[in-house]
Design a protein around this ligand. Structure first.
Ligand code: BJW
Length: 266
């Protein structure tokens, strides 16, 4: 972790991180479940509540679990889907939408060539709260729980806000429906991986927020960005495997830290 001055500026870690973001024209943000915790959504590795207390989320989020017990797996996902639809974006989501607006309206380089800066929000979250907060260039690495798809035709549907009544749910053709998310052992959507690789390969600042940094390939992006010379920032309420390698580790709740970072940007 960096200590001392950044570009001749001696400030606190949050001030230095804000300065790095103020200067960057290519910014990549990676978010995980922690950013949605303040919207009332449990993080992936949190204990489960109520009826689901005895289940291990790492075991439910697999194609093997779905094949063995589609009823339990789809009940769990529908319970979470309804929770996501009822949740509201929080101050952390709003700060990232504001960060995107600031970066993208940043003027071109001295040569007068390119237009605004480039901002890419890579999210591991399936809850769609970033889009609802106003973020535009969002790449869903692990899909979305809001959409479900037919296991036979691949056709996507968007179920209504009420809980489903039939488990496991079926598509009009009679085949099983599943959430349009990426389970352990499944490939991430090709377009999402391509967009992520392109953005990570050229970013000047990489900001990791509310993720335990344990699930690959997403967990590898910050290392790749650092190898390419990007400045790295972490926002998390707890230490993680990347806390010691980043330039600035900002400990705290995303909904407190991110608005402050944006406020400190010039
Ligand atoms: C706060 C806060 C607040 C709380 N403010 N902070 C290389 C090495 C080793 C293994 C692999 C590897 N490459 C691939 C693998 C296998 C596997 C993997 O990574 N396994 C690891 C567990 C070791 N990866 C895959 O299988 C991926 N597929 C793949 O790579 O395909 C190619 C391939 C296939 C087969 C073999 C090899 C290669 C697919 C990964 C899909 C992950 N899917 C899930 C479920 C999605 C659907 C659902 O939501 O149910 O995605 S798993 C789960 O983990 C979910 C999350 O998006 C993801 C990450 O979790 P996240 O977001 O970090 O949440 P938490 O709960 O872990 O952490 C929350 C953090 O927030 C904590 O740090 C808190 O402290 C913090 N926090 N409140 C700030 N208010």
């Amino acid at each position: 972790m960096r200590s001392g001055s950044y570009a001749g500026f001696m400030g606190s870690p949050i001030e230095e991180a804000a300065l790095a973001l103020s200067r960057a024209r290519r910014v990549v943000v990676l978010t995980g479940a922690g950013i949605s915790a303040e919207s009332g959504l449990r993080t992936f590795r949190d204990t489960m509540e109520g009826l689901w207390k005895s289940f291990d989320p790492q075991k439910l989020a697999t194609p093997e679990a779905f094949a063995a017990d589609p009823e339990t797996v789809t009940r769990w996902y529908d319970h979470r889907r309804v929770g996501c639809l009822a949740a509201e974006p929080n101050a952390g989501h709003a700060a990232l939408a504001e960060l995107e607006r600031r970066v993208t309206r940043r003027s071109g380089d001295a040569g007068g060539g390119a237009g605004g800066g480039r901002f890419t929000l890579l999210t591991q979250n399936v809850d769609r709260l970033h889009q609802r907060a106003g973020s535009v260039n969002v790449v869903e690495l692990h899909g979305s729980i809001i959409e479900w798809r037919c296991t036979k035709t691949g056709e996507k549907i968007t179920p209504g806000p009420e809980a489903m009544t039939e488990f496991p749910p079926r598509s009009p053709c009679g085949a099983l429906l599943r959430p349009d998310v990426v389970w352990f052992g499944e490939m991430l959507p090709e377009r999402a991986v391509h967009a992520a690789q392109e953005a990570v390969g050229s970013c000047e600042v990489f900001l990791s927020i509310g993720t335990s940094a344990q699930v690959y390939p997403a967990a590898g992006f910050i290392h790749q960005a650092a190898r390419n010379g990007a400045k790295t920032i972490e926002v998390n309420k707890d230490p993680t495997p990347i806390s010691r390698m980043v330039d600035w580790a900002l400990h705290g709740r995303a909904g407190d830290v991110l608005p402050e970072v944006v406020r400190l940007m010039n």
